[in-house]
Design a protein around this ligand. Structure first.
Ligand code: KG4
Ligand code: ZN
Length: 364
């Protein structure tokens, strides 16, 4: 629950990580079932933690997409039922817009209400590595996509690399912590391994402006090659089994199970990912004369990513903002925050609107 787009009254997160962990990634069927199981108690808890009732809320915000269709449908059906029964307005929000507004929510909570436009926002998560140029028209925000990944999202690369090294799911947080104990210069990933087909010409939009696209499936293959050429398979299998036997592995467990070669590989992978994200994003900021940079989404929780972005943006004289870690990964408060400008202009959703698994974030 969020008040006026600037104060989190409660933010209940029902984590499904334990459900999907044995499969090494999200299983869509299980995700829908878990949503169905959790939605009523989660909303009840959010109300009680905020000291509110169903009747005292002003409006109900819900994610329309993008995301897994089954999970979206659960949220949408429940939100519609609530709005109908309580006679409250319903506000449809794009998940990516939610990630962007998590940054604003964070800043407003700190008392900072100033934002200089245009804002360049990097949304970097398990499903997206997207760059948006954002403007404000009255209360309403308008977004133009100026770059995205051609294949894997950055978070997906973290997850796949962790999986292939026997480190479990999700990969980002483990790689983040392990990297601090490895040498990021040990393994060189050639820049050609993080390429996209027209990297030499840099992509171009129809209007002739540059595009800033990413590609992270090559680096995952490079890690796989390294594992093969360095005969790491049996050590990985041993680690996978040992970690599966520990209910909640701690950093010490990971360290005990990762010899220097693996730690160095992980640290080098993370360094390559971070450098590419920072370099492309800052090049786009420069090209579009961005006044402010937002970095958000699950991967924005990464320590090295934050430090590198702060250093590089400072050199370019560009203010950079991140959400706090709990607001970086998926959460409901960001959806309520993104709904607030729509509430102000009464942009309400009709009762018959539907979920869109590939909903784009558009210019208005
Ligand atoms: O935004 P999010 O919670 O869900 C999506 O919308 O995808 O992002 C989840 C992704 C996962 O791929 C996860 O491995 C990654 O964010 N992630 C991280 C970190 N924490 C989560 N990646 C790198 N470093 C982290 N500390
Ligand atoms: Zn997300």
């Amino acid at each position: 629950m969020v008040r006026s787009g600037e104060k989190v009254l409660s933010n209940v997160v029902f984590s499904q990580i334990a459900t999907h962990q044995p499969y090494g990634g999200v299983v869509p069927e299980l995700a829908s079932r878990e949503h169905l199981r959790a939605i009523v108690p989660v909303v009840r808890k959010a109300l009680s933690e905020a000291g509110q009732t169903y009747e005292s809320v002003d409006a109900i915000a819900v994610t329309q997409g993008p995301g897994l269709a089954g999970a979206l449908l659960v949220g949408l059906s429940y939100a519609k039922a609530l709005a109908y029964a309580l006679e409250k307005p319903l506000i449809a929000v794009n998940h990516l817009e939610g990630h962007i507004h998590a940054v604003l929510l964070e800043e407003r909570q700190k008392g900072n209400h100033e934002v200089n436009f245009p804002v360049l926002a990097l949304v970097v998560s398990g499903g997206h590595t997207h760059l948006y140029l954002a403007e404000q028209k009255g209360e309403i925000w308008s977004y133009e996509n100026v770059g995205h990944t051609r294949d894997d999202a950055a978070g997906e690369a973290f997850d796949k690399v962790a999986k292939l090294l026997g480190l479990g799911y999700p990969g980002g947080p483990v790689i983040d912590r392990l990297s601090a104990h490895g040498d990021p210069k040990a393994v060189r990933f050639a820049i050609s391994q993080i390429k996209h087909p027209d990297r030499k010409t840099r992509g171009q939009a129809e209007d002739g402006r540059a595009r800033f696209d990413f590609s992270y499936s090559g680096i995952k293959t490079a890690v796989l090659r390294y594992v093969e050429t360095h005969s790491m398979a049996s050590a990985i299998e041993g680690r996978r089994k040992a970690l599966a036997a520990i209910a909640k592995p701690k950093l010490e467990d990971y360290l005990a199970l990762c010899e220097p070669e693996t730690r160095n590989l992980v640290a080098s992978f993370q360094r390559a990912m971070v450098e590419d994200l920072v370099e492309k994003t800052l090049a786009a900021a420069d090209y579009f004369n961005a006044a402010t940079l937002f970095v958000t989404g699950g991967v924005a929780a990464n320590n090295e990513l934050r430090i590198r972005f702060e250093e590089a943006a400072a050199q370019q004289g560009l203010p950079v903002f991140f959400p706090s870690r709990p607001l970086s990964t998926d959460n409901a408060a960001m959806i309520a925050a993104a709904a607030y400008p729509k509430w102000l202009v009464k942009e309400f959703a009709p009762m018959d609107f539907s979920a869109e698994a590939n909903l784009p974030l558009r210019k208005v």
